[in-house]
Design a protein around this ligand. Structure first.
Ligand SMILES: CC(C)(COP(=O)(O)OP(=O)(O)OC[C@H]1O[C@@H](n2cnc3c(N)ncnc32)[C@H](O)[C@@H]1OP(=O)(O)O)[C@@H](O)C(=O)NCCC(=O)NCCS
Length: 159
């Protein structure tokens, strides 16, 4: 059985999560990524901002006790949103679905929102399993695609 749990992030986790975010396939899926996922200095300054911002709930995701990703909630344009990233070698084991389920027991604000490129089938399925439904479609510049693409805004109202 796969055991998934969340724990607080520490500065020692940054390098591991930074490594996960280098994967080209993951970047293509996520689409709305940082300008340059290999830019360590930019990642460090983003990390510093996240770690000192108490309004951002951030957790490391453990699978069988090993750090395999992260999940966060943050406020964007007065709406609470979630984001998550799982290391590729751990895809398809229910990690994202399990981690989000646990986050929603910590973060009880509703509605809560998420965004996904309209072709990010994996993320859309995770969100559907976690009780989100599409509430809007928008367009935005996707760094990982180098062009403007469509994204869904999804909303969850229930527990
Ligand atoms: C999208 C992502 C979070 C999925 O994580 P995961 O741990 O593999 O997801 P789960 O194992 O919980 O999968 C949940 C469901 O999604 C489906 N799924 C996962 N990845 C899929 C894919 N690439 N294509 C189609 N379905 C997919 C699973 O089959 C499962 O559905 P099922 O229960 O009906 O079989 C992961 O691929 C990832 O981190 N990608 C890169 C970053 C990213 O896209 N983040 C989200 C930004 S919006």
């Amino acid at each position: 059985m796969t055991t998934i749990s969340l724990r607080d992030l520490t500065d020692e986790d940054r390098a591991i999560l930074f490594e996960f975010q280098q994967d080209p396939e993951a970047n293509h899926m996520a689409a709305f990524t940082s300008k340059d996922p290999t830019d360590d200095a930019a990642h460090q300054s983003w990390w510093n901002m996240v770690m000192r911002n108490d309004a951002i709930t951030k957790r490391g995701i453990l699978c069988q006790g090993e750090l395999v990703g992260s999940v966060m909630s943050f406020t964007m344009e007065e709406k609470l949103e979630v984001t998550y990233w799982i290391a590729k070698e751990h895809w398809g084991k229910g990690v994202a679905t399990g981690a989000l389920g646990q986050l929603f027991r910590l973060v009880k604000t509703r509605p809560i929102y998420a965004r996904a490129a309209t072709d990010n089938k994996g993320s859309l399925r995770v969100l559907e399993k976690c009780g989100f439904a599409v509430s809007a479609e928008e367009k935005g510049f996707a760094n990982a695609r180098g062009k403007e693409i469509a994204e869904y805004v999804l909303r969850k109202d229930g527990a």
